[in-house]
Design a protein around this ligand. Sequence first.
Ligand code: AMP
Length: 187
Amino acid sequence: MKIILFGAPGSGKGTQAHRIREELILAHISTGDILRAAVQAGTPLGQEAKQYMEAGKLVPDKVIVGIIEERTKKDDCRGGYLLDGFPRTLPQAEALQEMLDRRSERIDHVISLVVPDAELKRRLLGRAAIEGRADDNEVAIAKRLDVFHSQTKPLVDYYRERGLLTEIDGTGDIEQITARLLRALGV
Ligand code: AMP
């Protein structure tokens, strides 16, 4: 099974990905985690990505698509994978489609976690206080929400038109959200 977990920053994608990954035994691919690890390790990828991430901007599509091409070839992806934080732009969605076509594969489900903006801001500021992520300051948070609405949200229509989209309520109890997600996946 190949799943896209879709949602704004702060919608709980990461938390839910960890929970359903255990349930379904899928590889969890978080482009944000991969980039943060690269920044931490100071690799050329990390050096390139750092400035974009700290400003709350998107890392260029070409870089991200390259990461996904390579990561999805690894052995742990044979049983399926869960994409968390990718695709985030229309060109990324198109590049993903092209890659899957080339491999005669397809996405099975796109689950969108729907959370109101005010709640997203509250969660992101709370996380900033706990985790101290470099992009969880007020300016970067506003920019990330802005980028989500302008560049990422159009993907909801893209996947709806393809009959792949299920929207679920991303507010409330973490366990209830996981239950909604698993129901949407038919498990
Ligand atoms: P996340 O942890 O998914 O919120 O990602 C943190 C940051 O990494 C984002 O604000 C972007 O700067 C970058 N990033 C993660 N995934 C992508 C992507 N698919 N396309 C572009 N930039 C990304």
